[in-house]
Design a protein around this ligand. Structure first.
Ligand code: SF4
Length: 510
């Protein structure tokens, strides 16, 4: 529930020192019996006193509409490339405090204007490096949005295109696996709006939770169950993943071949996708290794590189095998030698076995020599920690642009020409080529809990457009609604939340 602290409208309506209208005037209207109507989304909630609207983002505090969450400002005291600000004049001493080099008004807590032709909630003028800049901030309502999730694991999650379920509802699917990382595509307008009401609601809740870095339980149809949380290791079938693979089986052979040379006669790196066989591989040939006579199952792609050695599964290297010897199809007694030393491992080094061929040319497990163990350990050392990466993808190419300019195509063109910078909660975004403004952002670079929802259903996400004031004027921006940073600070007072800028992000005004 909102408090007076984060409701500047409630305590300042009669003494508001700036030209900023109250929240009720900007985002709604007063009705009889102390009810306020919220116009910030198509639901148009009528909110009774001391209650909140359907999304929980707006409330009625003392008969005034209030945004429940505070406006988030990013404070940058570290930007050494911006204009040098003297700590003190020559007649006084430095008090030990760093001078703030800049403040960036994010859209988090700024609110949304609806319908879209109204100017965005805040159009903020600031100066950076002697350039007058304008930042247009709004909590965009995204009906066309979803998340792409990368899971660093060599485990098989399920078949490509398999449904991904949350609370029994289809909310997305398994998409193409990237290097060492299965990927999920969740959400999107078809799951948000094209299925049952419950499917849309569950999809919306899951996207919001994932973007707010909360753990979400997912099930792949015909595959595994998992817990996904941005910035944490995935938990697959109840087991937290530790490491992603160093590469495919062939790459692992290529990387470590020289370090194995002389210590083993054969290395087989088992991998669901590309299993490598050292003596046959180009790396082994370059080192002058002799064929071992061990022939493995699967389809030979090129020398020493095999596909489909086993079915996908939760066993060695993302296959369904737990007995590594089961992928040996034959051992050629015209080529193989008794006493040959064979290492079988996976691309993470988490599973490995060392064996020696006996007189009947059968592999017999043996103690792994230190020199071989060092290289297996090095595979593991080269595997990065397993993480879930959650990227929000949304299309801001539609009506949201009208809050920035009367001529929305000029904003799209300006973004494409990189004259306008797009950020989300101050974090950099990737803008897709082609039409519209389709953006993608790593949610861990944004302030926590940046995302909300409205029950239409759609995701609410902060978005900021920053450009020079001259260009903003030239593109037909809502220049009459520009406010200074000081006006916004005065209006919000202590109710705004100042966060330190994440120095891993570029400073949005730069
Ligand atoms: S759902 Fe939220 S944003 Fe939409 S009208 Fe209701 S309170 Fe306002």
């Amino acid at each position: 529930m909102a408090t007076e602290k984060n409701n500047p409208s409630a305590d300042k309506k009669s003494s508001k020192p700036t030209g900023i209208p109250s929240m009720t005037e900007r985002f709604g209207a007063r009705e009889k019996d102390g009810i306020v109507r919220c116009d910030a989304c198509p639901v148009l909630c009528r909110i009774r006193p001391e209650r909140s609207g359907a999304c929980g983002r707006y409330a009625n505090v003392k008969g005034e509409l209030a945004r429940v969450d505070p406006l988030v400002l990013l404070e940058n005291s570290l930007d050494s490339d911006s204009e040098v600000v003297p700590f003190v004049d020559s007649s006084s001493e430095w008090d030990g405090n760093l001078i703030q080099q800049g403040t960036f008004v994010t859209a988090i807590g700024a609110g949304t204007t609806y319908p879209d032709y109204k100017p965005a909630p805040f159009i903020v003028a600031t100066q950076y490096d002697k350039v007058e800049t304008v930042t247009v901030v709004s909590e965009g309502i995204f009906s066309y949005c979803g998340v792409k999730i990368k899971l660093d694991t060599d485990k098989h999650l399920g078949a490509e295109q398999a449904d991904v379920l949350c609370d029994g509802q289809r909310i997305g699917h398994v998409t193409t696996t990237e290097y060492g990382s299965p990927m999920l595509s969740l959400g999107g307008v078809n799951h948000l709006t094209g299925g049952s009401k419950r499917e849309g609601k569950v999809t919306c809740n899951a996207i919001m939770a994932l973007c707010n870095r909360q753990p979400v339980e997912l099930v792949v149809a015909g595959g595994c169950s998992m817990v996904v949380q941005a910035g944490h290791a995935p938990i697959i079938d109840g087991v937290p993943e530790k490491h992603m693979r160093v590469g495919c089986g062939s790459a692992t052979i290529g990387i470590f071949a020289e370090q194995w040379h002389g210590h083993v006669d054969e290395v087989i790196v088992i991998d669901e996708h590309i299993t490598g066989v050292l003596s046959e591989h180009q790396a082994g040939r370059c080192l002058g290794m002799k064929p071992s006579g061990i022939r493995i199952r699967g389809r030979r792609s090129t020398p020493g590189r095999y596909f489909n050695v086993a079915n996908p599964g939760q066993g060695w290297g993302g296959t369904d095998i737990n007995d590594p010897f089961s992928i040996i199809e034959s051992i050629d007694d015209n080529v193989a030698c008794s006493g040959s030393r064979v290492l079988m491992t996976t691309t993470t080094g988490e599973e490995s076995i060392y064996c020696v061929l006996d007189e009947k040319l059968q592999p017999v497990k043996a103690a792994m020599p230190d020199a071989v163990q060092i290289v297996v350990d090095r595979i593991r050392e080269n595997c990065e920690p397993s993480l879930c990466s959650v990227l929000f993808v949304g299309g801001a190419g539609g009506s949201l642009r009208a809050g920035v300019t009367e001529n929305p195509i000029s904003l799209t063109q300006s973004v494409k020409e990189t004259l306008t910078r797009v950020t989300m909660g101050g974090a950099p975004v990737y803008v897709w080529p082609g039409g519209g403004i389709t953006i993608m952002v790593d949610v861990t670079r944004m302030p926590e809990n940046s995302f909300g929802y409205v029950p239409t259903p759609a995701i609410v996400a902060p978005i900021e457009f920053t450009l020079s004031r001259d260009r903003y004027t030239a593109m037909g921006g809502h220049v009459d609604f520009i406010q200074s940073l000081e006006e916004i600070r005065d209006y919000y007072g202590d109710s705004a939340q100042s966060n330190s800028w994440n120095p891993k992000n570029p400073w949005p005004l730069k």
